[in-house]
Design a protein around this ligand. Structure first.
Ligand code: ZN
Length: 427
């Protein structure tokens, strides 16, 4: 058994958890997962399929390691790259393309065809408009400096709902589905019973919440997963993490993930239809117990509470049902008022410290935010805020929450003039 099959089996049985083997931890391992289908375990996975007319790639990987991606592909086969299909336009999936085009030019080969759902172009256009924002949020999300790309290789072949990409006697059936993104495409290769899900499966609770990013689509995502589950695929290649082998396992992963999303959606909608405020919704809706324990649905990247917020934003709007939030006073005004009530910023700081010691981290965080809003240069306020947010970062399982809390701890540590807290996780 190859290393990839072995790790897949251990993850599925629970022998290894996704906390130890996080889906974003990349190894550069590769394995032929079906006849002529070479899977590369990359930051975002890349797959090369050998056909009678050259290689077809599913995703081209990230911009930051595109030469290494090309080397991996060339270790597998010297064949011309016929086509690259983008599962979506995220920069870790669709930005390894320049190295591929450069190689084709150097070898005097025809430029590979690039296939993507039509929303990919609008996404790349948006990324160019929001370059600064994307650097800010990705630095925060991953707790390391981001250098978001400013140039993109756009597809030359677009589709709206469905497209068959034919190469030799292989037919790659590309299907559009809104899910993690509005431009997502999942691909089925019936000749090898192999399914490429893109990020609709990532070995973690679906990234359908992501606090700092554009809208996600939980209900349509669940629908797409149920459609995929009916195919009878025997190999599932996810956007991140390890493949899933065996028709039964594939069906379980797809159907369980669908049910997880559907349940969050249905619970949220029922409460919205009943006139409940967002505050009550996010503190009540939970994924079903039988699913939240599944090894492929752990909240190691995104989390259900954030998914609920995205459902609210999509089906409702940004107003959360708390009237003072409609046209709020500034954070500074609110902090000053709380400080006046408490009898000074130092009283808030003392209370925040007590709450930190008692482990009431969410309340401690509110107090610390009020203290620095009232007194942005107060070193003691920043010191306690740094400690509170680092405690929160350490307590969190998800990359998203960890990243935001840890970056806040760093920011306040710098303002307090104390040593930067250590980042105790890789993703
Ligand atoms: Zn991804």
């Amino acid at each position: 058994m190859g290393v990839i099959r072995e790790k897949s089996a251990k993850l599925l049985s629970g022998e290894i958890s996704t906390r130890e083997l996080h889906p974003l931890l990349f190894s550069g391992e590769s394995e032929e997962v079906a006849d002529g289908v070479m899977f590369f375990r990359w930051f975002a996975n890349v797959t090369a399929v050998r056909t009678g007319e050259g290689l077809v790639l599913i995703d081209t990987g990230a911009y930051f390691n595109q030469r290494a991606t090309m080397e991996l592909i060339r270790k597998f086969s010297p064949d011309r790259i016929n086509t690259a299909i983008y599962t979506h336009g995220h920069v870790d999936h669709a930005c390894g393309t320049p190295a591929i085009l450069e190689e084709a030019r150097t070898r005097n080969l025809a430029r590979p065809r690039i296939v993507g759902q039509k929303g990919v172009a609008a996404r790349f256009d948006r990324y160019k408009r929001t370059l600064g924002y994307n650097n800010v949020i990705n630095t925060r999300q991953f707790s390391r400096p981001s250098s978001f790309p400013s140039e993109y290789v756009y597809p030359d072949t677009y589709f709206d709902t469905q497209l068959n990409v034919v190469a030799g006697d292989h037919k790659f059936e590309c299907h559009h589905a809104r899910g993690e993104t509005d431009d997502h495409c999942w691909v089925y290769l019936p000749q090898r019973k192999t399914l490429f899900t893109g990020d609709l499966i990532i070995w973690a609770a679906p990234n359908a919440g992501n606090p700092q990013k554009a809208q996600r689509y939980a209900r349509e995502w669940a629908e797409a997963l149920r459609t995929m589950a009916r195919l009878g695929a025997e190999v599932l290649l996810p956007g991140h993490g390890y493949p899933v082998f065996g028709a039964l396992n594939v069906r379980h992963v797809l159907n369980d993930t669908a049910e997880f999303l559907q349940s969050l959606y249905d619970q949220t909608l029922a409460m919205m239809n009943g006139g409940t405020s967002l505050d009550e919704v996010i503190h009540s809706v939970r994924p079903p117990d039988n699913l939240s324990g599944k090894p492929y649905l752990q909240s190691v990247y995104d989390e259900p509470e954030f998914i609920v917020r995205n459902i609210w934003r999509l089906e409702g709007g940004w107003y959360d049902g708390t009237p003072s939030h409609l046209k709020p006073a500034t954070e500074a005004q609110r902090g000053a008022e709380i400080a006046a009530l408490a009898g000074g910023v130092d009283k808030i700081v003392a209370r925040a410290r007590e709450k930190l010691d008692a482990g009431d981290l969410a309340i401690a965080a509110h107090l610390a935010d009020w203290a620095v809003a009232a007194a942005p240069d107060d070193k003691a306020a920043h010191e306690v805020r740094s400690k509170i947010y680092q405690a929160r970062a350490d307590a969190e399982q998800s990359t998203m929450a960890h990243g935001i809390f840890h970056s806040t701890a760093l920011d306040s540590a710098a303002k307090a003039g104390i040593p930067a807290p250590e980042d105790r996780r890789s993703f």
